[in-house]
Structure formats: structure tokens, C-alpha cells
Design a protein around this ligand. Structure first.
Ligand code: ATR
Length: 289
């Protein structure tokens, strides 16, 4: 029998905000994490109006929400809304994780970059220390991963972008951090790509969405290169197919999705779930559709 004087505490509530959002895999991932760790949470998806992100977040807080993930197109709105920012969210200029703290403040974090790094190092087994890395693209996705990659002490990062000036801007932003990490950082247009294999090539352009390949010297892909596309789908992306045709090992961004979720879970709960079994389940679900 429950004592009527003791209010029964329900599970803590989280959502992912986006527009569109119905097909988000985050509820599946977090339900698995909750089952795996025994944390009492429920996690749903929530459509926010394109011009109404902040009111949607405030409404969820008023309902007792404890935190949220944020996806396209609200990561900049979330950055603007947060009262406090983690250093990695400040550097990314974008927020994918909100935590609603007991003092009423909204904490903004960005777990995308750590998600990428953990997928590459843990799931794919490629330690980044001492490696030569080529980052294709200089938009929001690229900006968000530079600091977490630098944290792993690579030998060099080269940023190549269709619009050279945007790559040069990123180099300017991260030059000091790269210097502190002992990493050589350079960037510009496609001409900055060296004609010899990189250890890791990360496609952070939006090109895969419309099946466009970013301009890149084919000699950058070798037999020991990991070519990583941040995008994913049921089929290998054009970038992955291109990399494989040049003899490189290709990977998609499904593991990054799982690992950024694991890091968000950690930000909220202080418990770090194991991404690998959830990634395997998600991969199986993706293949059977
Ligand atoms: P995101 O937040 O996904 O990074 P973004 O900030 O709009 O989106 O950046 C998109 C990135 O993909 C940019 O680096 C863009 O290159 P430009 O800076 O030259 O626009 C790159 N991109 C998009 N379509 C591309 C294409 N067809 N070929 C090469 N690069 C492309």
C-alpha cells in the first residue's frame, strides 16, 4: 500500500525538439539507454513551431521537463536561449543538449563532437592521437567537432571547404586551441588537401543530403584511411561509396548519433550508457526498413 501522504514521483521527462521530428531515432536510443542503466526517465519527441522554439521549451519546463535534445533547425536558437554554456557549446556556436537546472537556469551543451570522436575511437577502433585528419566542410557541423577532435591530440587537422573563406575563419577561431594541443591546423579551399592519404577524412558538408560529393583530391583516400560521413541512411552515402571505390574504409554517422545521445544522457543523469549495443540494434532496424 502506498502512503497517501507521500507523492509518487514519476519518471523524469526529456524530449527532443525539432521540426520535422516525427522520425527521430532519439526516443528509441534513450529508451534503450534507460533500460540499460536502470535510470527512471521517459523520452519523447516534440515538434516546435519554426518561429516558436523558446516558448516550446518554456512550456516543457513548466510541465516539469528536466532536459531536452535539440535538432534541426533549432540548434542556434537553443544556443541563444541557454543561460549557461559548456565550453564546447560556446566553441560550436550551437547547442544540441539542454539541461534544466534546479536554480531555474537553462544549461546548454553540445555533445555532437564528442559523439563523433567516441564513435571513431571506440566503435570503429581508430585512436585519433597522432593522426592526420582532413575535415571537409566549414559550416555548423564542422565547427562543432573541431574542439573535441583537438582534445584527442591529432598531429594535424586540415579543413577544406567549397567556400575557402569559411574554412579560414574556422582556422582563425581554433588556432590558439590547436597550438595548445600541439596540432597543426590549416584550412582553405580544395587546394589545401594534400595528395597523400590522410588517416581520417570526415565529411561534415551537407553534400550527402543532395548526393553531392565535396571536391577533394582522390589521393587523400588510401587503404588505411577511415572515411567518415556524418550523414547516414539505409544505403551507403555517395561519399562512402566514393571513398570505398578509392580503397578506403568507409563509415556513416549512425554511431555518432548514438554516441552524442549517450553523452547527453551523461550530461543529464551523470551515468554513461554503453552505445555499442544500441548502435547494433539501430543498425539492424535501419537495414530491415
Ligand atoms: P551544417 O550545420 O550542416 O554544417 P551549414 O552550416 O549550412 O550546415 O554548412 C554546410 C556545409 O556544407 C558548408 O561547409 C557548405 O559549403 P559552403 O560553405 O561552401 O556553402 C557545405 N556544402 C553544402 N553543399 C555542398 C556541396 N554540394 N558541395 C560541397 N560542399 C557543400
Amino acid at each position: 500500500m502506498t502512503n497517501p501522504a507521500t507523492p509518487v514521483q514519476g519518471p523524469d521527462r526529456y524530449v527532443v525538439f525539432g521540426n520535422p521530428i516525427a522520425h527521430s531515432k532519439s526516443p528509441f536510443i534513450h529508451a534503450r539507454f534507460a533500460a540499460q542503466t536502470g535510470e527512471r526517465i521517459v523520452y519523447d519527441h516534440r515538434l516546435a513551431p519554426l518561429d516558436g522554439f523558446a516558448p516550446a521549451v518554456r512550456a516543457f519546463i513548466a510541465e516539469g521537463g528536466r532536459g531536452a535534445n535539440v535538432t534541426v533547425p533549432f540548434k542556434l536558437d537553443a544556443h541563444a536561449l541557454a543561460d549557461t554554456l559548456s565550453p564546447r557549446a560556446a566553441a560550436a556556436g550551437a547547442v544540441n543538449t539542454l539541461r534544466f537546472d534546479a536554480d531555474g537556469r537553462i544549461h546548454g551543451d553540445n555533445t555532437d563532437g564528442v559523439g563523433l570522436v567516441r564513435d571513431i575511437e571506440t566503435n570503429l577502433g581508430v585512436p585519433l592521437a597522432g593522426t592526420r585528419i582532413l575535415l571537409l566542410g566549414a559550416g555548423g557541423a564542422a565547427r562543432g567537432v573541431v574542439l573535441p577532435i583537438l582534445d584527442r591530440a591529432p598531429l594535424s587537422i586540415t579543413i577544406a571547404n567549397r567556400t575557402a573563406s569559411k574554412a579560414e575563419e574556422l582556422v582563425g577561431q581554433f588556432m590558439q586551441a590547436a597550438h595548445d594541443a600541439g596540432c597543426a591546423l590549416a584550412g582553405g579551399g580544395a587546394e589545401v588537401v594534400r595528395a597523400e592519404p590522410y588517416d581520417v577524412i570526415v565529411n561534415a558538408t551537407a553534400g550527402s543530403l543532395d548526393a553531392a560529393l565535396p571536391d577533394c583530391d582522390p589521393a587523400a583516400f588510401g587503404a588505411s584511411t577511415l572515411a567518415y560521413d556524418m550523414m547516414y541512411g539505409a544505403q551507403p552515402t555517395v561519399f562512402m561509396q566514393h571513398a570505398a571505390s578509392l580503397g578506403a574504409r568507409a563509415a556513416d554517422g549512425l554511431g555518432m548519433l548514438v554516441e552524442q545521445a549517450a553523452e547527453s544522457f551523461f550530461v543529464w543523469r551523470g551515468v554513461r550508457p554503453d552505445g555499442a549495443p544500441v548502435l547494433a540494434a539501430l543498425r539492424q532496424a535501419l537495414a530491415s526498413h
